[in-house]
Design a protein around this ligand. Structure first.
Ligand SMILES: Nc1ncnc2c1ncn2[C@@H]1O[C@H](COP(=O)(O)OP(=O)(O)OP(=O)(O)O)[C@@H](O)[C@H]1O
Length: 256
């Protein structure tokens, strides 16, 4: 499904925290949102799953304004993996992944063999099968993050939103996660802090700074030393070749 954010402005606390942002993710693409803390990445994502209403603009999924979808239709269309997953619910890992099936059930419907198959597959994909009977509260940060991805995968939606999905993951699981989402058929939009991960796994990246989109396109074109310096305030050395650049960052020397 094609996702379009069209001239989105979001006002919170009397301030435009997203200003006139337009972003398109074509069907099957992985699009990365990058930018400094507070630049508006999460807020822009929230407009897609209707946790925030834009003051101006519209978000469309395959041409349809998300505001015209029911809650159930939204849950069947967009799955969300948040950066700080709640931990205070008294459920096992498997039961939590099963929550992802809820939008596919009739009200008070029972779990079907198909639900169990999808849940098993999602747990295997995210390497949490051996944790299936553990209570969520006992998991480590990284295990919890993989659980939240499993729940989102079990939802089997054509659009997946990831909000800083890898902040608790070790390096191997960061790559595992990105390569899992890369291998999905659906459209993925992810807020990412790691420019190397964004560069390696995203078809295109969108750079937000101070609530505005300042650049968008293929990572190799967008992530220039100039853009990284002006947006993030760090110097960058680019290693490797131009098709697979690797960034090494260094704090800007202070003048004087
Ligand atoms: N409910 C709210 N009321 C007032 N301001 C808010 C609210 N929610 C977010 N903001 C502000 O909006 C701005 C953008 O926040 P947002 O979480 O979208 O940024 P972000 O780019 O995702 O940041 P980070 O990289 O730190 O996660 C921030 O200045 C934040 O403090």
């Amino acid at each position: 499904m094609r996702v379009e954010f069209e001239n989105i402005t979001v006002t919170l606390g009397g301030r435009d925290v997203v200003s006139d942002a337009s972003v398109t993710a074509d069907t099957g693409q992985v699009v990365g949102l990058v930018g400094p803390n507070g630049s508006g990445k999460s807020t822009l994502l929230r407009t897609l799953y209707r946790a925030v209403t834009p003051r101006q603009g519209a978000v469309r999924v395959n041409g349809q304004d998300v505001r015209s979808l029911t809650g159930r239709q939204t849950a069947r269309t967009v799955a969300v993996m948040l950066q700080d997953a709640p931990t205070d619910f008294d459920l096992s890992v498997e039961e939590t992944v099963m929550l992802g099936r809820a939008p596919h059930h009739p009200t008070f419907g029972r779990d079907t063999p198909e639900d169990l198959r999808v849940v098993d597959e999602a747990m295997a994909h995210t390497e949490i099968t051996e944790l299936a009977d553990r209570m969520v509260a006992t998991l480590s940060g990284g295990q919890r993050q993989r659980l939240m991805l499993a729940r989102a995968l079990a939802q089997q939606t054509p659009v997946l939103v990831l909000d800083e999905p890898s902040n608790h993951l070790d390096i191997s699981h960061q790559h595992e996660l990105m390569s899992t989402v890369r291998g999905l058929d659906g459209t993925v939009i992810a807020a990412l802090h790691d420019l190397n991960l964004a560069s390696q796994y995203c078809d295109s990246v969108v750079v937000l700074a101070a609530s505005r989109v300042v650049a968008a396109g293929p990572p190799a074109e967008v992530f220039t030393p100039h853009l990284i310096r002006t947006t993030f305030g760090v110097d960058v050395r680019i290693l490797g070749d131009t098709t697979e650049p690797v960034f090494a960052f260094r704090r800007l020397e202070q003048p004087g």
